[in-house]
Write a protein that binds this ligand. Structure first.
Ligand SMILES: CC(C)(COP(=O)(O)OP(=O)(O)OC[C@H]1O[C@@H](n2cnc3c(N)ncnc32)[C@H](O)[C@@H]1OP(=O)(O)O)[C@@H](O)C(=O)NCCC(=O)NCCS
Length: 407
């Protein structure tokens, strides 16, 4: 094997697309104009593997800002990772990941993030399981909400109108919820509003619903319908929720009442609700909502000082972390983190460590979605009970992290 790792050239964009979709079992459809992907992906941000002239591995980064507790930080979104089945398990992914993380470091991105096709792949590269999403299924036929007031109104609108209104509402929640990603105009167009038939999996086109109070848009939902209709049986057709974004509690209540009260469509599913979504607390029979949680966003800390100084903390304190980073060894070492109500400082130190952990564990803990004590119980983090409790208090945040979309 004559391996070269490099970005693709503009002229290689089509072969990049077709090689990568094949690994995931798909094909390029005629509706999939390359300009769609090109508008959100810069070929300079690809890191691909060539065996001679043959493209055998793909990897790329989207350019995002990630909301972290109290702030936002630049994050490279690891994506489109494939190795052709003819070339698997020869170290190509490992070689691409080395170049990919270096590219992010050189750009000054303190964080990398990804959604994993298989949860066994990325821990070795320092990505930690940082965010969970909740898959919820509701049999809404007899759902009773405990609060029946509704201040505003819910209306269905067309995609063109939604495109003018939804981004502002999304921006509002993006500021406050760790794990949420920035969306460029191109991202909204290509990933949210563009809705080709072959991506619908037998469901309807996307429906767009808006909640307003006094003409002010405060929340929205995107969903699809799927008819499941047997003659002379009770209705059991489905609503598949794509996204619910609510800037206020009233908007959240009104949108969920709407989604669970559509005639003929009593079966409601949401593939990725926040794990702390208040919906189950709004109904008188919480078992009507079945839930299971699974990993969504994995975080890899590229620049430890910038990442630890770049977020806010829930309490003041001082801790020394001894961090072991096998895949980016220059990151390994002891770091002293000092936090107060307005800022955090992180600096290398030679003093005794309070907590010892891997870069992967730090990624898992960074957004406040997991507890140091839990990872210590699993043998992944070492520290005294007092140090672990202090770290838990410092890193905790007011809401669970949530990443609303796969990339
Ligand atoms: C996942 C994939 C990219 C791995 O590529 P690869 O070139 O075979 O991986 P490498 O040979 O560089 O393996 C590096 C290490 O990861 C391990 N590994 C690779 N794929 C793995 C998997 N699916 N599950 C668990 N471990 C895996 C290897 O065993 C190796 O471990 P080691 O360092 O302890 O020896 C490739 O199998 C693939 O394209 N899969 C289908 C598409 C996909 O799932 N992509 C990921 C999208 S998020």
């Amino acid at each position: 094997m004559d391996l070269t790792i490099r970005p693709i050239k503009e002229s290689e964009f089509d072969i990049f697309r077709s090689k990568l979709v094949r690994v995931f079992g798909g094909d390029i459809h005629k509706e999939d104009d390359p300009k769609h992907l090109r508008s959100i992906l810069d070929p300079a941000r690809t890191v691909c593997a060539f065996d001679g002239n043959d493209l055998v591995g793909t990897c790329a980064a989207f350019t995002f800002d990630l909301t972290v507790p109290g702030s936002t930080l630049a994050m490279g979104g690891t994506t489109m990772v494939t190795v052709q089945p003819t070339h698997r398990r020869r170290g190509i992914l490992k070689a691409m990941m080395q170049a990919h993380l270096k590219e992010m470091k050189d750009r000054g991105e303190p964080l990398a993030g990804l959604w994993a096709s298989e949860s066994s792949i990325y821990g070795r590269f320092g990505y930690g399981y940082a965010v969970e999403g909740s898959f919820i299924k509701i049999d809404a036929k007899e759902l009773i909400f405990t609060n029946n007031t509704q201040k505003g109104s819910v209306n269905l609108i067309e995609a063109d109108d939604a495109a003018k209104i939804f981004p502002d509402i999304y921006e509002h929640i993006r500021q406050t919820r760790p794990g949420v990603l920035s969306r460029s105009k191109a991202w909204w167009d290509v990933r949210v509003f563009r809705d080709p038939q072959h991506r619908r999996e037998g469901k309807s086109a996307k429906r767009f619903v808006i909640y307003k109070e006094n003409s002010q848009p405060l929340g929205y939902a995107i969903y699809r319908q799927k008819v499941n209709w047997e003659w002379a049986e009770f209705p059991k057709s489905h609503i598949y929720v794509v996204e619910v974004i609510a800037a206020t509690d009233e908007a959240h209540l009104a949108i969920w009442k709407f989604l669970t009260n559509i005639d003929l469509f009593p079966m409601v599913q949401y593939w990725n609700a926040p794990v702390d979504d208040p919906l189950m607390w709004r109904i008188n029979d919480p078992r009507r909502i079945q839930r299971y949680n699974t990993d969504s966003l994995w975080i890899r800390i590229i620049d430890i000082k910038a990442a630890l100084e770049g977020r806010s903390y829930s309490s003041q304190g001082r801790l020394v972390f001894d961090i072991h980073d096998e895949f980016m060894p220059a990151n390994s070492g002891k770091y002293e983190l000092t936090t107060n109500s307005s800022e955090a400082q992180c600096k290398p130190t030679s003093t005794e460590a309070d907590i010892t952990l891997s870069a992967t564990s730090l990624g898992a803990l960074y957004l406040g979605g997991n507890r140091f004590t839990t990872l210590a119980n699993a043998g992944l983090v070492q520290g005294t009970p007092e140090a672990l409790a202090m770290a838990d208090k410092m890193f905790a945040w007011t809401c669970a992290p949530w990443c609303p979309e796969v990339f």
